[in-house]
Design a protein around this ligand. Structure first.
Ligand code: HDE
Length: 687
């Protein structure tokens, strides 16, 4: 009989392509010849302390974890590059924003905020959008979110807000969800959260993909030019694929079917060369004009409506390389708002000021000391010369005796940077030391109303449904009432609609009249649309019409979409003409919520089989209920009938034909590009 070792050897030999060129060693470089059995006294005796290889291996394992980020623990990231369209030298001396020939390497980490590192991607939450630019003048970190405002105005409230939104302390429930009492208790008592809560209850909190999210610097920053003149600036990232979201029912199912949905999407898109792109835009406000708005530029719960200051596109970022190692790069990247380059400066936004303290502080704990800038992902491409010394995990070996400034023993090195140096904007400040929020921060509602007014009907429905869901999970009636009271300051119809769903007496009248202003740029109805990179399921079984499959597959690929052939089993299916059709995935391993659209090709036998397959029928029904584009060719319509999908509602994204041709693919491509068809009457399914 073959021993276990012989079996293993045979299998390894079967898979080994080339002889391995590296040899296993301990951390000290000592060659290791055996790593399956520990050193014991006899074959069945006790393990020996002397086994240094065993002890090193286990010790290293015991110490593999570092503290996860206190917020934004779950994330994924990619490398890319940024290039300017036009120089902003008039406003800033940052090389990055002046040199149109420079290709600046970037690293971007996307994240959810509330959940632990192992939580699901598709929860209702804000998404982090943190970008590092490795510039010649040093690292610039634009640590933003996918929503342009924030929950609080002053950083001193951040621990309160985070404690309220995180799982409750007595039972650590619920994970990665804002639908619980402590968050809404905080919200009802802290009305400055109202504007951000509108965003959080909107579809923005459920992105279809990291590749389809906007990004915002949130705070007002300051650009400073060579002459020292300052200009206020807000940063915007706009995805080339448009800003698109999942529907709520779908997100919850995806959380179970593929908790790595957004992470996988980013990874696979880059691996396949479908590299995501964003345009960087700026809103510029000359110094001295900051008082022209009816809100305070230093208040991070406010946007500058694009109608008041247009977003000027200034450059483009492409993400084109996945990290090699998640821990070393994604987990160890240490963003810090204070990583700013000459020409980019701060303002007195009290949220921004608090962050300037927090990020460096948190990295010291998370990465175990002050030498984390030496980790490869954190190293600037600019040279680093200074007198910082020692500390845990020092990897540099300074060769000078002079670790101080000024010095003569080290030749005076490094010399001070002179004109190239970062100089802080010499803002004039004067005043008494007080703890008081400025009156200019007091309006917590008008921009929440602006957001509400800007939404399409379907977006409004989703917002009401989200408030009802979240408050429906809140046990304390007075908390529900408090939230409705706040909403009545935003819009009376909104407050009534929410109240009616959560057992709260609807307010009788509006507190103030809705100002009626809107900003079309805030609605996802007005975003870019494209079928490119969309995942489209083609459902087949034995007897499928090969022409239908080919035309659909080729046509969708030409549109830049990503078709996959799904069948009841893996391998190949036999087409009606006898040809073999390669299956991409078997139906039991996937689900409609993981696709953007579905097509059912003709072929009587294929469609008969699928119509009897509960998974295939459910696939189509669910895709319809989630408002996705649905296509059918020839007999494929029969599956639509079984799945109770109305036939040929082109206006609602159902495209059927007997003619497998380019015209079908074009119409179906348009239906996919529309993203979702919210005109459908599917009230039975919650949005
Ligand atoms: Fe953060 N935030 N934050 N934050 N934040 C962190 O830093 C903090 C805020 C944002 O992918 C932490 O490295 C305070 C606004 C992103 O690694 C921590 C305040 C915005 C990321 C921290 C804020 C953000 C973080 C946790 C209120 C959008 C993930 C781990 C004053 C503009 C970065 C870490 C990554 C991470 C503190 C508010 C975005 C604790 C005190 C506003 C995208 O330092």
């Amino acid at each position: 009989m073959a021993s276990q070792d012989d079996d293993k050897q045979r299998r390894l030999e079967r898979y080994r392509l080339d002889p391995c060129s590296s040899e296993m060693t301990t951390d000290q470089g000592i060659p290791v010849g055996e790593t399956d059995n520990s050193l014991t006294v006899g074959e069945r005796g006790p393990t020996l302390m002397e086994d240094f290889h065993f002890r090193e291996k286990i010790t290293r394992f015991d110490h593999e974890r570092i503290p996860e980020r206190v917020v934004h623990a779950r994330g994924s990231a990619a490398y890319g590059h940024f290039q300017l369209y036009e120089s902003l030298a008039e406003y800033t001396r940052a090389d990055l924003l002046c040199d149109t020939s420079a290709v600046t390497p970037t690293f971007v980490r996307f994240s959810t905020v509330g959940g632990s590192r192992g939580s699901a991607d598709t929860v209702r939450d804000v998404r982090g959008f943190a970008t590092r630019f490795y510039t010649k003048q040093g690292n610039f970190d634009l640590v933003g979110n996918n929503m342009p405002v924030f929950f609080i105005q002053d950083g001193i409230k951040f621990p309160d807000f985070v404690h309220a939104v995180k799982p409750e302390p007595h039972n650590e429930i619920p994970q990665a969800s804002s639908a619980h009492d402590t968050l809404w208790d905080f919200v009802q008592l802290q009305p400055e959260t109202t504007h951000m809560m509108m965003w959080l209850m909107s579809d923005r909190a459920l992105p279809r993909s990291f590749r389809m999210m906007q990004g915002f610097g949130v705070h007002t920053f300051r650009l400073v030019n060579e002459a020292g003149v300052g200009t206020f600036v807000k940063f915007h990232w706009t995805p080339m694929l448009g800003t698109h979201s999942l529907v709520w029912d779908e997100t919850q199912k995806v959380a179970g079917k593929d908790p790595d949905f957004n992470r996988r999407d980013l990874w696979e898109a880059i691996e396949a060369g479908r590299c995501p792109e964003w345009e960087l835009g700026v809103q510029l406000v000359p110094e001295g004009e900051e008082d022209r708005f009816d809100f305070d530029l230093l208040d991070a719960t406010k946007i500058i409506p694009e109608e008041e200051v247009p977003v000027r596109p200034i450059g483009r970022m492409v993400l084109d390389r996945n990290p090699d190692n998640f821990f070393a790069e994604v987990e160890q990247v240490a963003f810090h708002l204070g990583n700013a380059v000459p020409g980019i400066d701060f303002t007195d936004d009290p949220l921004l000021q608090a962050r300037l303290f927090s990020y460096l502080d948190t990295q010291l704990l998370r990465l175990g000391g002050p030498n984390f800038p030496q980790l490869p992902v954190n190293q600037p491409i600019a040279q680093v010369n200074n007198h910082q010394m020692d500390g845990p995990h020092q990897t540099r070996i300074p060769t000078t005796r002079a670790s101080y400034h000024p010095n003569s023993l080290g030749g005076g090195c490094p010399a001070l940077a002179g004109e190239r140096a970062y100089t802080h904007y010499p803002e004039h400040v004067a005043g008494r030391k007080i703890r008081k929020r400025s009156d200019s921060f007091a309006d917590h509602y008008s921009q929440a109303t602006l957001f509400w007014n800007s939404m399409a009907d379907w977006e409004k429905k989703h917002i009401v449904a989200a408030f009802r869901f979240e408050l429906g999970k809140v046990e304390h009636q007075h908390v529900r009432e408090g939230v409705v009271e706040n909403l009545n300051h935003v819009d009376h119809t909104l407050a009534v609609a929410v109240a009616e769903g959560v057992g709260v007496e609807p307010p009788e009248k509006a507190v103030t009249d809705n100002h009626g202003r809107g900003s079309p740029a805030l609605s996802q109805a007005n975003t870019a649309h494209s079928p490119a990179t969309r995942k489209i399921a083609i459902l087949v079984a034995d007897g499928v019409n090969a022409d239908d499959v080919e035309v659909t597959w080729d046509g969708l690929r030409d549109l830049g979409a990503q078709p996959e052939i799904l069948a009841p089993r893996d391998g190949t299916v036999r087409a009606a003409d006898g040809a073999a059709v390669q299956v991409t995935r078997s139906l039991p391993t996937v689900d409609s919520v993981l696709y953007d659209a579905v097509v059912v090709p003709g072929g009587a036998e294929s469609v008969r089989t699928l119509s009897r397959d509960g998974k295939a029928v459910h696939f189509v029904t669910e895709a319809y209920k989630h408002y996705k584009a649905i296509g059918a060719l020839g007999e494929g319509r029969d599956l639509l009938f079984t799945a109770r999908v109305p036939d040929d509602r082109l206006d609602q994204g159902v495209v059927v034909t007997d003619q497998p041709d380019g015209a079908f693919v074009e119409r179906f491509g348009d239906a996919v590009a529309a993203h979702r068809h919210f005109g459908r009457a599917t009230e039975s399914v919650p949005a």
